[in-house]
Design a protein around this ligand. Structure first.
Ligand SMILES: [Zn+2]
Length: 59
């Protein structure tokens, strides 16, 4: 059984809804909350390690 790179469950900085990532996102990319539509920026310490990723409010 193959395990894909584990993508953490991130949440919207505005409404806290789960923001599932497709896995091909890149740091600095805009992501949009599917629930409230708020834009966020994908940030992280290591672009190769999704465990360090987070969503920051795009202001
Ligand atoms: Zn939201």
């Amino acid at each position: 059984m193959e395990t894909a790179t584990s993508i953490p469950e991130l949440s919207c900085p505005i409404c806290n809804a789960d923001l599932p990532l497709a896995g091909d996102e890149r740091l600095g990319e805009s992501v949009y909350c599917t629930y409230c539509g708020a834009p966020g920026i994908l940030v992280g310490r290591d672009k190769n390690d999704p465990e360090t990723w987070d969503i920051e409010e795009d202001i």
